[in-house]
Write a protein that binds this ligand. Structure first.
Ligand SMILES: Cc1ncc(COP(=O)(O)O)c(C=O)c1O
Length: 555
């Protein structure tokens, strides 16, 4: 090679390297633009920041005046809190005793009990209000604890309880009868599986079905298959969306390992669509349509309520439009669209989110209520995506099995649920469903407004979240007032109230009365007093200053 050729070769090499770097940079910038500005949108950063935040807590005096109220307000808060503590001790003695007796031995209980309120308030709450964890029975829309107290059930059993606990008791009892002859025989199928498969295919509009033990597993399998068939590495999930507790779908706080093959993008964003259209490493996109109630925000737990910034508003048309754009972007770039309907599934329409929002997915995951009260996860998908091996490469397979998959009792309970969906009663229930729940939410909001209470409801059909209209550091206390009024919530508190669809107008009226009464007592006890100059921002800044002071030993 003469020197001219060498120079030309070097130039060509340099130009290629530069072009490659520029392309990479462009794609990196596009990815950054598609991240939500919150910490939830930055998994790695959020984990780093979480590791820096020190524990500190308020002593008994500070507990009631973290926002510097006048003395009489602090005294009213303290008196109200102690009154609640007395009521809990008198009303729930056996429930508390039983909870205390196992708490040290059940790690899940320790976890939920710890993340019920912002950590600065944790110990006082644990000491005086506890977290009664035992219930004895259910009937209609109520739960009864081991002390005989009856509560209206707003826990929704994590979303499983769609049709009322009695309905699922019936499913399980009939399932035991139908599958009892076979018993817990695994590996082969009970005949009821054939009917389930036919019904699931009709509901999902997809070709094949696989059975799993939980929603988490169904999501794992969907993503694994999408990677296998596209031969691409990455999954896309949207900021804030929950898809179970498997590492790849939980890249931020809560997972000790970074999820290297996960992109967390902004939902309802053109910048995200651009990334989906242009990158070559994306195998699939996971959508949890429950996020339509609060796009890009994490599931609304009271432990994060340090101010009143929690927002929520459901816009069905806007979310349907987004899903259509998402569908088109996935089609353009050969990306598998996975609708995670584990939670929302049968709650909004008999054929789930695909029907409700008018969009078709390549794969759909179901779970929760579909099991007829027993644990389940289901994946439905297009034939070419569900195949677990290649005909021309016998050792190239995508493995998935599970000891308890398609358990006869679960399959029979599922069949009870699925057959119910075909009854005139179920059809009638779905028609006008949103109108019923929107009217109920409106009616309660009207009462709250008329009573000058700083609380409102936002809802996606029968899934409700409580929002707070004035800046406060104490909104998380509301869950304890609601309990005192006989309303049972799940451990994330007022962030999610889940109604079963067997709530009658009279049942709902009772809930509304209790809800308003709880808010009135909390207001009377001074927990919603606020400095007229306070804003959510000023509250956040103040908490941040506390954190910094404790971090550097000045707290
Ligand atoms: C949308 C969604 N996907 C997956 C899961 C995980 O399901 P499971 O708890 O059955 O593993 C959940 C659970 O809440 C969910 O809401």
């Amino acid at each position: 090679m003469d020197s001219r050729t060498t120079t030309l070769a070097l130039f060509a090499f340099g130009a290629t390297a530069l072009t490659t770097s520029l392309v990479k940079l462009k794609s990196r910038i596009a990815l950054s633009r598609a991240k939500h500005r919150s910490l939830g949108g930055h998994a790695r950063l959020s984990r780093r920041i979480a590791a820096l935040i020190p524990f500190y807590e308020y002593d008994e005096a500070r507990f009631f005046c973290s926002d510097d109220p006048p003395e009489d307000i602090a005294a009213a808060r303290q008196a109200g809190f102690m009154q609640l503590a007395k009521l809990y001790a008198e009303r729930f003695p056996e429930t508390m005793r039983l909870t205390g007796s196992v708490k040290d031995a059940i790690s899940d209980l320790q976890f939920t009990d710890t993340y019920r309120v912002p950590f600065q308030f944790r110990h006082m709450v644990q000491r005086h209000l506890g977290a009664p964890a035992f219930v004895q029975s259910s009937a209609g829309v109520t739960l009864t604890d081991v002390d005989g107290n009856q509560f209206h059930d707003l826990t929704g059993s994590y979303g499983v309880n769609l049709l009322g606990n009695d309905f699922y008791k019936g499913c399980i009892a009939r399932a035991v009868e139908r599958a009892g002859e076979l018993g817990p025989v695994l590996g082969s199928y009970h005949p009821v599986v054939a009917d389930n498969v036919a019904r699931l295919r009709a509901i999902s509009g997809l070709d094949e079905v696989s059975f799993h033990m939980s929603g988490t597993e169904a999501v794992m399998q969907a993503v694994r298959l999408a990677r296998y068939h596209t031969r691409r590495t990455h999954l896309v999930r949207f900021c804030g969306a929950y898809h179970g507790w498997w590492g790849d779908v939980q890249p931020g706080i809560g997972n000790p390992l970074p999820a290297h093959e996960t992109y967390t993008l902004k939902e309802m964003s053109e910048a995200s669509l651009r990334v989906l259209r242009s990158r070559r490493d994306i195998a699939c996109v996971l959508v949890n349509p429950l996020q339509a109630l609060h796009p890009n925000a994490s599931p609304p737990a009271d432990s994060a309520l340090i101010d009143s910034a929690r927002g929520a508003r459901f816009d069905r048309q806007a979310y349907a439009d987004w899903l259509k754009q998402l569908r088109a972007a996935c089609d353009e770039n050969g990306i598998v669209l996975i609708m995670d309907d584990v939670f929302l599934g049968f709650r909004i329409a008999p054929a789930g989110s695909q029907e409700y929002f008018g969009v078709r997915a390549d794969m759909v995951t179901y779970g929760k209520t579909l099991g007829g009260g027993l644990p389940v996860g289901v994946l439905c998908g297009r034939k070419e995506l569900m195949k677990r091996y290649r005909d021309d490469r016998p050792l190239d397979m995508c493995f998935a099995r599970g000891t308890f998959n398609a358990h006869p009792y679960v399959m029979a309970a599922m069949n009870e649920f699925l057959r119910h969906l075909d009854t005139p009663e179920a059809h009638a229930m779905y028609s006008g469903l949103d109108a019923v729940w929107n009217a109920r939410a409106d009616a309660l909001n009207h009462r709250l407004r008329e009573s000058h209470l700083p609380v409102r409801i936002a809802n996606l059909s029968s899934i409700w979240t409580v929002i707070y209209t004035e800046p406060s550091r104490y909104n998380w206390m509301f869950q304890f007032y609601l309990r005192a009024e006989g309303l049972a919530l799940s451990w994330i508190g007022t962030g999610r109230l889940i109604f079963s669809l067997n709530y009658t107008d009279a049942d709902f009226a009772a809930v509304a009365d209790r809800f308003v009464a709880a808010a009135e007592t909390m207001k009377r006890d001074g927990f919603w007093w606020h400095d007229p100059a306070a804003t959510n921002k000023s509250i956040k800044r103040r908490v941040l200053r506390e954190i910094v002071a404790h971090r550097f030993g000045r707290g």
